[in-house]
Design a protein around this ligand. Sequence first.
Ligand code: TYM
Length: 330
Amino acid sequence: MEQKKRVFSGTRPTGRLHLGNYLGMVKGAIELQNRPDLDCLYCVVDLHGITTPYDTKTYASGIRTVVLDYLGAGLDPQKAHILVQSAVGAQHLELAYYFGTIYQVSRLEDLPTYKEKKTQHPDYVNMGLLYYPVLMAADILIYKSPLVPIGQDQEPHLEVTREIARKFNSMFGETFPEPQSFKTNAPIVPSLYGEGKMSKSKGDGIILTSSLEEIKAALAKVPTDSGKGEKFPAEGPLVNLLTFVELFEGHDRAMQYRERYKTTGIKYGELKTELAEAIYKELQPIQERRKYFEDHPQEVNQILKDGAEYARSIADETLKEVRQKMGLAR
Ligand code: TYM
């Protein structure tokens, strides 16, 4: 039987999953797990999460939170393998080290995420942070995954992964695929408040476990205008608001609002209530599923154990091949 193509993706346990994670990555991961020709591994990348400041006392529960968010959102242990990265840490880190020996430091220093994190945490510029994309390449390539569901912000990292695969293949013989990203219809979910993308650090306020009241409160804070004018603004919070309308209520509804802006005017109070209800309608079943898993911790432990065992068996195989190709005696 031909080996199914593998899919790998991960999320850092640096906070609860928000709508950006859900629409930009998780929905793509769900689409791929439903394809019978693919073998999917979805991971909580705890080794990546410790490259920025974190709290040792709450980190383990943060990992668990993302696992529950994953399961609630619909990553399905019947269809995909779900694991925590450190359970296969020895393997991922070993491969990352080998990759580190064939990749230039200068290229890593140039990456936008590295520069961003350096500015964000000037007192926490560590080796792990620089090495971050190399470990990410190892995460993906240890399973020889050609397909990676990610949001747009991860694209530079995937480019590094391809460069590493190419370099390794040219130095030691054809071993790794050059992975491509798999994008949803929302590869850059904007911040609700109009600046950049939605992110955990900006605390945009809508997470997968948000109640209807919390969603309403988050939307209430989005600044609006009079609701009427000759031309709908080209950028800013109003455009983003309509992006969310489009994502949760459909293209036609968003177009109607655009039209209304130029004619009768938009009543933002009504728009926001309707949007909040549409978002909540999508989150409610997620929250119910999440609650089920929260109430069945043994089941979750077993899912993670199975996921790690499966991952380890593939990772060990790849490492064997890599060591041999690199001339390491083992
Ligand atoms: P992380 O934890 O920052 O985010 C997890 C996933 O969510 C996507 N995402 C978004 N997509 C669209 N719009 C947004 N506003 C938005 N915010 C977040 C991210 O693109 C990502 O896909 N480096 C990775 C974790 C990682 C990984 C990997 C991913 C480590 N190893 C191997 C794939 C494969 C990260 O920090 O994602």
